[in-house]
Design a protein around this ligand. Sequence first.
Ligand code: ZN
Length: 219
Amino acid sequence: MNIKGEGGVLVVSPHCDDAEFGCGGTIAKYTKNKVPVTVIIVAVGREADDGLSRINEFKASMGVLGVTSTGILFPGYDARLNEVPSWKLVGAIERAISEYNTEKLFIPLPSFHQDHKVVWDASLAAVRPNKVYPHLTDVLGYEYPLTVWGDGAQYQSGGLYYRIDDTMRLKMKALQQYKSQMSKDGMLSLRSVRALAARRGAEAFTKYAEFFHVLRKII
Ligand SMILES: [Zn+2]
């Protein structure tokens, strides 16, 4: 945390489970150290009253990671966030950054998924350089397994590694709560998640790591 130590961590997650895929181990590191962490889901469900099972999975996963502060911005807009006016989306993310005294902001890299593209653009707009947030020092982009295809695969910037040897178990357990989302094989399987964390770990001379793009850091 910064010298004042006043801020918290905010993770913007397009859907339930994206935050865990990209930063589950890192989130657990922060909660273990009693740093306030908030995870906001941008969209869930296809109808306003839909998505309950995913929300329950999300709650269970947050319980595993020790996150008590969560929010859902646009219920009913899963896979159609492009129907939400940009100003509303940007405004909602701006309010969350302010409300939670955010010091470290984690935003998802864009991918081929239409919602992820929209959330990426809105998040960047929310932290435009002339927008002042008193605590915000770090803006970090997180990957998830499917950013290997599409816009996310081309993204280049400085790399930041969080070693998650001590919290890898919690990351895996959090993802196991998403029975409706995890597949047996392929990119969204536990095997793939472990392989990616091991690859990032090897790059960081440790067993498991999560990798972030440093979009902006102010000291
Ligand atoms: Zn997603």
